[in-house]
Design a protein around this ligand. Sequence first.
Ligand code: SF4
Ligand code: SF4
Length: 484
Amino acid sequence: MTRPLPTPVVTAEVDLYQSAAKVYPHEISGRFQTLRKAAAWWLLGMFYVFPWLEWDGRQAVLFDLPARKFYVFGLAFWPQDFYYLSLLLMLAAFSLFFFTAIAGRLWCGYACPQTVWTEVYLWMERVTEGSRNQRMRLDQGPWTREKVLRKTAKQVLFVTFSLWTGFTFVGFFTPIRELAVDLVHWQVGGWTLFWMLFYAFATWGNAGYLREQVCKYMCPYARFQGAMFDRDTLLIGYDVARGEPRGARRKGVPSVLARASAPAVVEPAAAGAAGAGASLGDCIDCRLCVNVCPTGIDIRDGLQYECIACGACVDACDQVMDKLGYPRGLVRYTTQNAVEGKGVRVLRPRVLIYAVLLIAISTALVVSLVMRNPLSVEVLRDRNALYRETATGAVQNVYTVKVLNKDQRPRSFRIAVEGPGGIAPTADSPTRVDAPAGSVVPVTLTLEAPAGAVRGRAEIAFAIEREDDPDVSRRARSSFFAPN
Ligand code: SF4
Ligand code: SF4
């Protein structure tokens, strides 16, 4: 006989999904916030102003994809200059490794576009919805007329700023002044409009809506930066030994540091004041460091990957320490070794290796830019006929010489041919070419060798030099074919 299975008893239902709680960072001022603001002004200034600057009669910074030319102030880069981009990317990568090894998440806290734009959106939120407490009350309260007005005003600011950001972004790839005129006349192309709206939406979504969640859950750098850290990397740390046990206390209780260095015999008044909180550390558990945190973490819980090292909690705690008359630095930039009393070691093998690589790549980039040849040449043989013979028995080969003048001024170039057996351009072939600024000029050249002077294949070279500066020159090798 089979016995029925017991009915399972459900004691509790656990929801495996938990929506992220909204973070309402409290505004704070201080040394590091001043630095962050300065960095934000500088970076946003570059982004919003650079496309409007003019250089030599054109947009100073323009990545002209259809023409396959990148302009960065006085420099014009062509597809042939691709290796500069490789060097630049290597430089960026090693800079990131170097600064991360020394200063931890310096990039995240001060320069990452996600952080910088989030600060701007937070500022707009403060302007329209008020302080941290006002924002929290507004979100928790019912939909009143005031709430609708404030939320609408915030979104109007958000959307306007996002659209301006999208427009500016596209303005790095399309001449921004023409783009502005096209926009005014509603004559913007479909793809241009798509990218403007896409970038505007991405900015609004990342910095206006998702904010710290991008850093916590989406950013790959947050995940792998731990590999670049060691125990001497700068991070934000809470001094547990000094701060704990935390707790509120009466005014006048001296700091742990003062108590540690105080003489054994103390005045009765001071002893009385100290007695009220003598067992406590320096943290008064005011939670200001938590309330200012843009990622909503409590730094007193120890090192967490969510910490973007923005220094807001350092400034907040310093303010509290100042009010209490305690030394600053309960929460501070420090290293794991320094917290454990093992001192600070800046020069470590990995830092030195990164520094050497960084110097080598920077030097290579600067030297190659300074030595950059503003002339490029490409020679193509006519593929339709290997050679042709004239009535006099002379042999002719046809070539297309592409002269690329990367300079921002029109230039004239001389073309000469070096080869055996008297190979030379025919009388009707051009040996001089005028190339406008930043242009490729193709020239068709016919080379001729006297009858019987060349047999089979001969190595030749085209020597092109600038008329006003023969140091600007290029040699391009090719082959001349004749009957065997
Ligand atoms: S701000 Fe300083 S004193 Fe206040 S809770 Fe944070 S660590 Fe403690
Ligand atoms: S813990 Fe401090 S440094 Fe880290 S993200 Fe929060 S406020 Fe910024």
